[in-house]
Design a binder for this molecule. Structure first.
Ligand SMILES: Nc1ncnc2c1ncn2[C@@H]1O[C@H](COP(=O)(O)OP(=O)(O)O)[C@@H](O)[C@H]1O
Ligand SMILES: [Mg+2]
Length: 154
């Protein structure tokens, strides 16, 4: 478990992105699960991740739409490496009431594409509809100051 002050979040996100980009032999999308209570910092993490990947749109929590997909620009990232992913898919399953709502998104279409990075808030609510995540992060505000969060790679 690591204490991450908000100002150090960009560096933390860069480290996680580097871990995710390492697996180049995956045949399906790379899945990142973000766990933790409301307000723990999951959406803020995705916003920082999107910015680093070159997304210029404002990334809002897809709580009501369940999923948002962002096309990532090609070319080199700020570290001068070729971009590993073509799309960032952001899912927030917080309000999911019925697994059929997720099935309606035709998840196989984006989960089968190895050039997608799929980031899921509340992955536990999707149950077996979501393949096992390649990496999970657990966020917590418990015992942390207002400007910091605990984040654990699990
Ligand atoms: N690493 C962090 N350090 C300090 N505050 C944070 C951090 N991450 C998020 N926050 C703050 O916590 C609040 C809620 O975060 P949010 O990302 O919406 O949570 P969640 O998506 O888990 O419900 C925001 O006001 C945000 O600025
Ligand atoms: Mg959120």
């Amino acid at each position: 478990m690591q204490k991450v002050p908000l100002i150090e979040l960009p560096e933390f996100v860069r480290n996680v992105t580097a871990m995710l980009a390492m697996d180049r032999h995956n045949t399906k999308a790379v899945v990142l699960g973000l766990r933790g209570e409301l307000g723990a910092g999951k959406t803020t993490f995705v916003q920082q991740l999107a910015r680093q990947m070159g997304v210029r749109e404002v990334v809002q929590s897809p709580t009501y739409v369940l999923m948002k997909k962002y096309a990532l620009p090609d070319g080199l990232n700020p570290m001068g490496q070729k971009r590993r992913f073509k799309n960032l898919v952001h899912i927030d399953a917080y309000r999911l009431e019925n697994p059929k709502e997720f099935a309606a998104l035709k998840p196989a279409e984006f989960l089968d594409d190895p050039s997608n990075l799929v980031v899921v808030e509340w992955p536990e609510r999707l149950g077996s509809a979501l393949p096992k995540a390649d990496l999970n992060l657990s966020f917590s505000a418990d015992g942390a100051g207002e400007q910091e969060r605990y984040i654990e790679v699990i």
